[in-house]
Design a protein around this ligand. Structure first.
Ligand code: FAD
Length: 469
């Protein structure tokens, strides 16, 4: 009888624990992707990007002689249906750690076991299982640096190669057609805008890692902070869909360290920030929905998304060029440089006094590297309500940030059309991407700041001082 390999955020053949274990049973393997309740709830860009990942993974499986079966519906219902249709007696998958996926998986595991089906989950989405990293006094890490020190020299198992052969069943169950799912339909800017900026699939991800280690890692320590320089790995898009395993990245980083490559250790450290986000999401699931520090419930955030200031922020028309450049970069490319993320998040939550959830939701709609744990941690870190967060009174000054990280104005020129005599193609591409309901044109005057940097800072500090906790 076949084994169902339930495919989720693990769109790769190599270093895939569940797939390898399924193959090792010697039984036929049915790879199954379900457009389920969790996927249906994704934002527009993540849903589209996931669909493209599934398409490429389906192709990769087909090259090995296997197939990717696609079904839509609640995960448990679909699994039971496919089990009934194929006579499968086992379902294997790789574990996820965000609260939504975990709730679904716990329910599925218990129900399948009740049905007498073998339901087995495997590690692979993280370097370290969250329950294996403990502080000296027991418990999980709430501060990054001690966690980094604890894990930096740990052994991480070497990545397992892709199976040579994935045994096929005599009869394949029926599959939906991916195009019928319309996973890109929710995107107002249309799939064609994002597609050229995406780098989809396991092969592409390995290429990215190789190029990073060969050409960028030496300069990573300095370049990673400069948004106009292509100085980072850009692997977040692939890691979030599991097109490359974190262990593969970690081992590349460790090899780089052994070869004396500057920047290689910082790269490993950044991978551990991703771990930190997941460990927090596992141990304190409220990080993805509520203030991690509960005191912050009393903070007078604006929670009204319809406010003109929120719209201006989303549309990249705050009048602060660095903030606007970053927001426009995200709208066109589906990614934003980390420096930009920190600045726009600080601006929304401090200068504009808006709730971080508004920003988190907008990122969730726009990012092709959207990750439930890293996004939530990044927002709560920026807002001051999260663990190991930047204190609220540390308000990023957009002018100083420009001086430090975009002195020559290259990043702003790349994304803002209205301020410059001959706008760049990228700056104009933003205007081709925005929906008609956004009344903007490259010929407009560039807006005056909706809140001046100094005024916003003053307002934020006053609100903080007057808080009653
Ligand atoms: P690199 O610099 O090459 O780093 C290598 C890898 O380390 C990344 O691919 C990523 O997996 C991990 N990493 C690096 N920095 C962080 C970090 N601060 N937190 C967690 N992991 C990190 N990252 C996402 O993957 N998805 C998100 O939805 C997301 N939302 C964010 C929201 C805010 C407000 C902030 C401040 C940060 C957010 N980040 C998010 C973290 C970070 O900005 C991105 O991981 C990074 O920009 C990805 O670029 P890269 O792959 O070139 O990173």
């Amino acid at each position: 009888t076949p084994v169902i390999y339930w495919v989720r955020r693990d769109l790769r053949l190599s270093d895939n624990g569940a797939l390898t274990a399924a193959v090792d049973t010697g039984r036929p393997v049915i790879p199954l992707f379900i457009c389920d309740e969790v996927v249906e709830g994704h934002g527009a860009a993540p849903k589209f990007r996931l669909g493209e990942g599934v398409r490429v993974f389906g192709g990769a499986l087909a090259e090995t002689g296997s197939r990717l079966i696609l079904r839509r519906g609640a995960a448990l219902d679909v699994l039971r249906e496919v089990i009934a249709q194929t006579g499968a007696e086992a379902v294997y998958w790789n574990r996820l750690y965000d609260p939504e996926a975990k709730a679904r998986d716990t329910k599925v595991k218990a129900a399948l076991k009740d049905d007498g089906v073998e339901a087995k989950s495997f590690a692979g989405h993280l370097l370290f299982e969250p329950w294996t990293v403990e502080t000296k006094t027991g418990g999980f890490y709430k501060v990054f640096t001690p966690m980094w020190k604890m894990v930096r020299d740990r052994d991480v198992a070497a990545p397992v190669p892709a199976p040579d052969d994935i045994p096929a069943p005599a009869d394949w169950p029926e599959s939906d057609d991916l195009d019928d799912w319309g996973l890109g339909d929710a995107m107002r800017r249309g799939a064609a805008v994002l597609a050229p900026h995406m780098c989809v699939g396991e092969e592409a991800a390995r290429g990215r890692l190789g190029a990073f280690m060969a050409h960028k890692v030496e300069g990573y320590d300095t370049n990673r902070d400069l948004p106009s320089v292509d100085g980072t790995s850009r692997l977040s898009e692939n890691l979030t869909y599991g097109e490359i395993s974190p262990a593969t990245c970690w081992h590349a980083g460790r090899r780089g360290m052994a070869e004396g490559k500057k920047g290689a250790e910082t790269f490993c450290k950044e991978l551990v920030w991703r771990e930190f986000a997941y460990h927090l999401a596992h141990h304190t699931p409220r990080i993805t929905t509520d203030n991690w520090k509960e005191d912050w419930d009393a903070f007078p955030w604006n929670e009204d998304e319809r406010k003109a200031e929120v719209k201006a922020w989303k549309q990249g028309r705050t009048g602060l060029p660095f903030v606007d450049a970053a927001m426009r970069e995200m709208y066109v490319t589906g990614t934003m440089h980390n420096r930009g993320r920190m600045i726009v998040a600080s601006y929304l939550t401090k200068h504009l006094l808006c709730h971080w959830k508004i920003g988190m939701k907008w990122f969730e709609d726009c990012l092709i590297d959207w990750d439930p744990a890293s996004n939530a941690m990044g927002w709560q870190w920026s807002a001051g309500s999260g663990p190991d967060a930047t204190p609220y009174f540390r308000v990023f000054n957009p002018d100083t940030q420009v001086e430090k990280f975009d002195r020559d104005g290259q990043y702003r020129k790349t994304w803002i059309a209205e301020r410059y005599g001959s706008p760049s193609d990228t700056a104009l591409s933003y205007f081709n991407a925005i929906p008609e309901s956004w009344p903007m044109s490259p010929d407009d005057d560039y807006p005056k700041p909706i809140v001046e940097a100094s005024e916003g800072r003053k307002r934020a500090l006053e609100a903080y001082e007057n808080r009653d906790f």
